[in-house]
Design a protein around this ligand. Structure first.
Ligand code: RB5
Length: 147
């Protein structure tokens, strides 16, 4: 998969570790930054990842900030993006199976690095169940068209 990844300063170190793991698993990783632990605005990097998915052909996106909350709020403003804030295996899997989430948001100040890697792997591998869930997410797309 082509995966866009980004973080703010709080997620920088976790991003560096996670991107190596994703590349080692055979994914094509596009790192949109940030490039250091210097303070930046999570908004900028969340929107870059979301746009990579929405407009520039990335299959999925992963964003890390301190809690994952701000990044998730920002990413969900971008058309066609369904960003999910995930804390555990259940929410990681269900965000794919029921919500067809195409962007994963993680809190680097909440989760240990190995947990972040494991949740990301689960999230990438989980399929979308379709069926009634297709209809439900379709309504989000319809709303976006009118908004
Ligand atoms: C940065 O201090 C922090 O606010 C940010 O990483 C994130 O947690 C925002 O939601």
């Amino acid at each position: 998969m082509k995966i866009a990844i980004g973080s703010d300063h709080a997620g920088f170190r976790a991003k560096e570790t996670l991107k190596l793991a994703l590349a080692a698993a055979g994914h094509v990783v596009e790192d949109v930054g940030t490039r250091s632990e210097d303070s930046v605005d999570y908004t900028d990097f969340a929107l870059k990842v979301a746009e990579a998915v929405s407009k520039h052909g990335a299959d999925r996106g992963v964003i890390l900030c301190g809690t994952g909350i701000g990044s998730c709020i920002a990413a969900n403003k971008v058309k066609g993006v369904r960003a999910a804030l995930v804390h555990d295996g259940f929410t990681a899997e269900m965000s794919r199976r029921h919500n067809d989430a195409n962007v994963l948001c993680l809190g680097a100040r909440v989760l240990a690095d190995d947990r972040i890697r494991e949740l990301t792997r689960l999230w990438i591998e989980a399929p979308f169940d379709g069926g009634r869930h297709e209809r439900r997410i379709g309504k989000i797309g319809e709303y976006e068209k009118k908004a």
